[in-house]
Design a protein around this ligand. Structure first.
Ligand code: ADP
Ligand code: MG
Length: 261
């Protein structure tokens, strides 16, 4: 197959509960609705993106763990998400062991990059859902990615955590992956009536300028309900505020890329 390789986006923030998994799943579904070919890589041992895509993580004999350990290749392990129109490399608890098992391996930071290289021609976007830590799994994601998408909640300590993440991206850029960029910061679970959230949002724009996506994801109960049905909110209730916001994000991301070429 010919054609250019996928744009690989690592969805990352070492804080838990900021909307990484929700964003990865719904951006995958949104991009698929825009007729983009998408592979979602679940890189969190919690397997929330796997379950949220309607794939039972306990039934997965082979997962991204086996790919990282070179016990399987992407083509064997990937499967179609049950809902949402994209492919997924699933994860489950097995992945928690990967860090220890890779510790003595040469080039352990480059395993995901190597694996995704084998399927990158088949997709327009590859989205990696990172665990809530700056660990070897996250470093694998950053080494494999063209760019980083940072979802965040606009709360008091949010900016402090960002500097650790930005420094990690810089370190990866100077060693493993000179091409990596910060693609964008996403204000997720946003409550416009909250004055502090508005202030943090303003600070974010002052600091990061155009890197802050215009699209804001509101807090919306339908978004929180969807994973228990194994569906992106874009499938569960596509008229909800949350679904519409994620659709807008997919359009913004595709539009920005089109503008670069
Ligand atoms: P992370 O992957 O960063 O740990 P999640 O995407 O799992 O974060 O989100 C944490 C929790 O918040 C989940 O229960 C999720 O359903 C909920 N959530 C995420 N985004 C929204 C939203 N826009 N509105 C309401 N709930 C949300
Ligand atoms: Mg998550």
């Amino acid at each position: 197959m010919s054609g250019k390789a996928a744009h690989i986006l690592a969805v990352t923030n070492q804080k838990g509960g900021v909307g990484k998994t929700t964003t990865t799943v719904n951006l995958a579904a949104g991009l698929a609705l825009l007729e983009q070919r998408v592979l979602l890589v679940d890189l969190d041992p919690q397997g929330n993106a796997t379950m949220g895509s309607g794939v039972e993580k306990r039934d997965c004999q082979q997962t991204v763990y086996h790919v990282l350990l070179r016990q399987a290749v992407c083509r064997q392990v990937r499967r179609a998400a049950a809902n949402g129109g994209y492919d997924i490399l699933p994860a489950n608890r097995d992945l928690a062991g990967a860090e220890v098992e890779l510790v003595l391996e040469q080039g352990r930071e480059g395993r995901l990059r190597e694996a995704l290289g084998t399927v990158a021609q088949e997709y327009d976007y590859i989205l990696i859902d990172c665990p809530p830590a700056l660990n070897l799994l996250t470093v694998n994601a950053l080494a494999a990615a063209d760019a980083v998408l940072i979802p965040m909640q606009c709360e008091y300590y949010a900016l402090e955590g960002l500097s650790d993440l930005v420094n990690t991206v810089k370190r990866v850029k100077s060693s493993l992956n000179p091409a990596i960029e910060i693609e964008g910061l996403l204000r997720a679970m946003f409550d416009p009536r909250n004055t502090l959230a508005q202030q943090v949002s303003e600070q974010l724009k002052q600091h990061f300028g155009e890197k802050v996506y215009d699209t804001v994801i509101p807090r919306n109960v339908r978004v929180a309900e969807a994973p228990s049905y194994g569906m992106p909110v874009l499938v569960y209730d596509r008229h909800s505020k949350g679904a519409q916001a994620y659709m807008k994000l997919a359009e913004e991301i595709v539009g920005r890329r089109a503008g670069q070429h």
